[in-house]
Design a protein around this ligand. Structure first.
Ligand SMILES: *Cc1c(COP(=O)(O)O)cnc(C)c1O
Length: 649
């Protein structure tokens, strides 16, 4: 090989690596397309680049269309990143959904955190994010012969991610220590650069720790209470120490859910070490801590037995924090030590994630003022390529300013119909590619339901509804389900089993797709005709999958709970059980009857008989995303919660 050729090969390789030094490709299609054009690409850019042979690289380096595209992508990325500045806000979360190839999220909370970080990047908000690097991430879901969920854990290969080790001055991994029980536990950090936003992930899998401590960051939500509290000590106290070690000067600490609330203790310790007393320190840190609560289910709030808290944190309290045991326990409320109470007690601002959720949270915590910032989605991460092209054609500027999606009524009907048909066709092909003996059809009304399988989400309500209708109605519908249950939630697993049983009965056309993740979510929310959500009221804090569906022109059929209370406007979908009165004990029956009625009296006729009206409903759905996006959400956090003087990019 002559040197000129090998130089070109080297350049292609270097440039591909540069693109992979950042997760910007997740939401910038110019960058994404570079990976898609690699001969080794199967949905995983890091793997595709790693698997390129020398000969393939050589061929690519001679392909001027490819090198041109690569060069443009590099220029785009460099321009995008050039305007990143200092960081003032630290955003803490136990999980982050950035992309399916980085499986450190379990569901809505993580995806929201990922979308928050991405919008902060696009808007040039000076935010740095802190999370944990789980060696085996969240589980892979398989269903056994009995339709029972089995969890499979695999080591994540860090070489096949865009993570970089965070190094100290000596070129070795930077180590911080955190006090756990009577010892110091070590943690290193990985950096995921998410556009302009740095996301640091703490990891206890280092040789300085004993074998047990190395597994503190083994699994996301996989361990027992003991592991859980250690993970939270690492996230909160370790996170603050890491930011200090890296030289960040943070003015706002944002706790996304209570998991990170121990950070408040470390901030108090720092103030007291600098000469403040406990009472003053508490007041000082409340001015820089903000808290977002995410669940209206009391069981969803982390709480630890006092013995466990003492066992893990007593030496830290005694030797470092130096407050009384009484004071420490008082911060966690009455009874078990509640991370939510800790966060509420020590933050200057507390918010829920939707209007309805604010009301419910306010009832749960009457002594504390709670506001709300309604959740959103990062539109560029969730829009299907087909719909994006239609939007590019009609609504210039929607990528930077998703509020412009309010103009969706001006979209070309035929273009929108065709774009959705392509997404649907991909979904049907994917479903029929699985071996379950059920033949999905492109012309049938397709209803999607995908979410964490917890009992309150009532995954079987639609089936109850269809049972109320004459059999020929069932023949005009097909249903696609997906979702994981928490490993310890047997009730949720029984729901999955029920759905799988129905699938094998073949009474209605129904499939359950295994291993719901961000890639399955993208395919589902863009490919179905209706997105369904049937939580028991008022247990859905917000929900975001319905927003993803709406953005892709898919109307929602949902119980009026969570975001839909604000999102539903009669044009963009249907409200299940609209006249439901709180306290009615027959909620399941009421809502199943309502779904049956909506299907037989409105939905089927409109879908099959009045396509022009259906398209208007699709447009109204797209318009919904003009508000329910994280650009709006993050801007609201900046103005109302962080209250920093800030100028958008
Ligand atoms: C968006 C998303 C969720 C959250 O959806 P909900 O509406 O809250 O159920 C969960 N899991 C994945 C993989 C998602 O993409």
């Amino acid at each position: 090989m002559n040197t000129e050729v090998s130089d070109k090969v080297l350049q292609v390789r270097t440039q591909l690596r540069e693109l992979l030094s950042n997760y910007l490709w997740v939401w910038q299609d110019k960058l994404q397309q570079v990976f898609e054009s690699l001969p080794t690409y199967k949905g995983h850019p890091n793997r595709a680049v790693a698997e390129l042979h020398q000969a393939q690289l050589a061929a690519l380096s001679e392909d001027s269309l490819f090198t041109g595209r690569l060069g443009e992508a590099i220029n785009f990325q460099r321009r995008y990143l050039a305007s990143a500045g200092g960081r003032e806000i630290a955003y803490f979360s136990a999980e982050f959904g950035i992309h399916e190839t980085l499986p450190i999220y379990s569901g809505g909370l993580g995806v929201l955190a990922g979308d928050h970080v991405k919008s902060a990047s696009d808007l040039n908000v000076p935010l740095v994010a802190i999370g944990l690097m789980y060696r085996q991430g969240y589980f892979n879901q398989q269903l056994n012969e009995e339709g029972w969920q089995v969890e499979r854990y695999n080591d994540l290969n860090i070489d096949l991610t865009c993570l970089r080790p965070v190094l100290g001055k000596d070129g070795q991994p930077l180590l911080i220590t955190i006090p756990i029980e009577e010892r110091q536990v070590y943690a290193r950090a990985w950096l995921a650069q998410v556009g302009r936003t740095p996301l640091y992930l703490l990891d206890t899998n280092v040789e300085q720790n004993d074998e047990m401590d190395r597994w503190i960051t083994g699994h996301l939500y996989g361990g027992d209470q003991d592991t859980r509290i250690k993970q939270e000590v690492l996230l909160g106290i370790g996170g603050v120490r890491l930011l200090d070690a890296l030289g960040y000067r943070i003015s706002i600490f944002h706790m996304n859910e209570g998991h990170a609330a121990f950070l408040t203790l470390e901030l108090i310790r720092q103030r007291m070490q600098a000469g403040s007393n406990y009472v003053l320190a508490r007041g000082e840190i409340a001015r820089c801590c903000v808290f977002t609560t995410h669940t209206p289910v009391p069981a969803g709030h982390d709480a630890f037995a006092h013995e466990l808290l003492s066992q893990v944190l007593e030496p830290y309290r005694r030797d470092e924090l130096r407050i009384s045991q009484f004071d420490l326990l008082a911060l966690g409320g009455r009874g078990r030590f509640s991370m939510t109470e800790l966060a509420l007690n020590l933050s200057g601002s507390a918010n829920a994630v939707a209007l309805r959720h604010e009301e419910v949270s306010q009832r749960m915590f009457p002594y504390r003022q709670i506001t709300h910032v309604t959740n959103g989605i990062h539109h560029l991460s969730w829009v299907s390529p087909d719909i994006a092209r239609v939007l590019d054609g009609s609504i210039p500027g929607w990528r930077e300013q998703p509020t412009l999606l309010a103009q969706a009524h001006s979209l070309d009907s035929e273009a929108l119909r065709a774009a959705h048909a392509r997404a649907k066709s991909r979904l049907v092909e994917f479903i029929n590619g699985h071996d379950h003996g059920i033949d999905f059809q492109e012309n049938l009304l397709t209803i999607g339901f995908a979410r964490r399988f917890a009992t309150y989400k009532r995954g079987d309500l639609i089936v109850k509804a269809i049972d109320k209708l004459p059999p020929e109605v069932g023949d005009r519908i097909q249903l696609v389900f997906a979702g994981k249950s928490h490993p310890r939630d047997n009730g949720g697993k029984e729901y999955i089993q029920k759905i799988v049983e129905l699938m094998s009965e073949k009474r209605i056309r129904l499939v359950f797709l295994e291993n719901y993740d961000m890639s399955v979510a993208r395919m589902l929310v863009s490919g179905v005709d209706i997105w369904m959500n049937t939580p028991r009221r008022p247990l859905e804090a917000s929900g975001t999958s319905g927003m993803k569906a709406a953005l892709n022109g898919v109307p929602n059929l949902s119980v009026l709970d969570g975001w839909w209370v604000e999102g539903y406007n009669r044009k963009n979908g249907w409200a299940v059980g609209e006249d439901f009165v709180e306290g009615n004990p027959d909620e399941d029956e009421f809502d199943a009857a309502s779904i049956a009625q909506l299907l037989s009296e409105q939905i089927l006729d409109e879908f099959y008989g009045r396509p022009a009206e259906w398209i208007e409903r699709m447009k109204a759905s797209v318009a919904t995303a003009s508000f329910f996006n994280t650009h709006r959400m993050v801007s609201q956090y900046v103005e109302q919660i962080y209250k920093l003087p800030f100028v958008a990019a």
